[in-house]
Write a protein that binds this ligand. Structure first.
Ligand code: PDD
Length: 279
């Protein structure tokens, strides 16, 4: 079962996939991306990911080369060729190739890259026992709702987490939690699920939306509101949501144990509900 690449309409092995050094994605990070996954060979929340790709493209005045139907066709073909039961699909769309100049011409031809690779799930122990996180200052730009290729703030945060030997970095802007370096962050306090509201400071996570809907359907109270860094240490539960993390309990933040240090009941209920939907 091979990893598959797709560049500007052509499928090929990843080793043969090339883009120009004059591509604005390389020169300026002038582009966007999406990450989605399959469960048993089927893409999960495909429409929501393609809708977000459209929103990101529109926000950056990028030309969308394919309709949703065309994207779907290419994605399904990539999934079929790779034939992994659990695959991770990475789509990248840049403004295209041009002589280096910050400003751009309106008629550039966008570059499209897609890869389909095997997805390795998180370890069983991480899923059952939860993970640790640290908080770090959110130094990213003012449009984190756009899934842009400019990920230096996230790279920096994730590296700090790696150095601290914890799983995730929880980002804090002006004293409030925004999201994780590669995930959205939710907490439970007094039975209410709380998470940062949608807007320019967070990525509108596809998993976030699925989990909030699960919670609302289960009659669990949800509040999309600010959570301060100091509140975080005293909440009953903390968990992450995301395509790669699914629903993942955080049991220790900055070395402080959350509640009894075990994944909490609401996190477990939502994780089970999510697995029922997806996995
Ligand atoms: N990351 N917030 C950030 C900053 C993210 O990078 C991600 C996902 C999420 C969760 O979004 P979703 O539920 O749609 O996956 C939130 C992907 C997986 C990545 O960059 O690899």
């Amino acid at each position: 079962m091979p990893d598959v690449a797709f560049v500007n309409g052509v499928f090929m092995p990843p080793a043969d996939a090339m883009v120009s050094i004059d591509d604005r994605g390389f020169q300026f990070g002038d582009g966007i991306y999406e990450v989605l996954r399959t469960y048993r060979g089927q893409p999960f929340e495909l429409e929501a990911h393609l809708a977000r790709l459209d929103r990101s493209a529109a926000a950056l005045d990028l030309i969308q080369p394919y309709s949703r139907a065309e994207w779907t066709k290419h994605l399904l073909e990539g999934i079929r060729r790779a034939a992994y039961p659990e695959a991770k699909i990475y789509i990248q769309l840049t403004r295209g190739v041009a002589p280096r100049d910050h400003a751009y011409a309106a008629d550039l031809v966008p570059t499209v890259v897609m890869t389909v690779r095997e997805l390795h799930s998180l370890s069983r122990s991480m899923q059952t026992d939860g993970v640790e996180a640290i908080t770090i200052e959110d130094i990213r730009w003012g449009r984190c709702d756009i899934k842009s290729l400019n990920l230096l703030g996230n790279v920096f945060a994730r590296q700090q987490a790696k150095r601290a030997q914890v799983f995730e970095a929880i980002l804090v802007k002006a004293g409030s939690i925004t999201e994780g370096a590669v995930s959205n962050v939710m907490v439970v306090r007094g039975g209410t699920i709380m998470t940062a509201p949608e807007g320019p400071t967070i990525l509108s996570g596809v998993t976030r939306a699925v989990v909030l809907e699960l919670a609302r359907k289960a009659g669990l109270p949800v509040q999309e509101c600010g959570i301060t860094q100091t509140d975080l240490y005293g909440v009953d539960e903390v968990f992450l949501t995301g395509t790669t993390v699914e629903v993942l309990a955080v049991v220790r933040v900055d070395g402080k144990v959350i509640k009894d240090g075990r994944p909490g009941p609401i996190t477990q209920r939502l994780a089970a509900g999510f697995t029922g939907l997806a996995g």
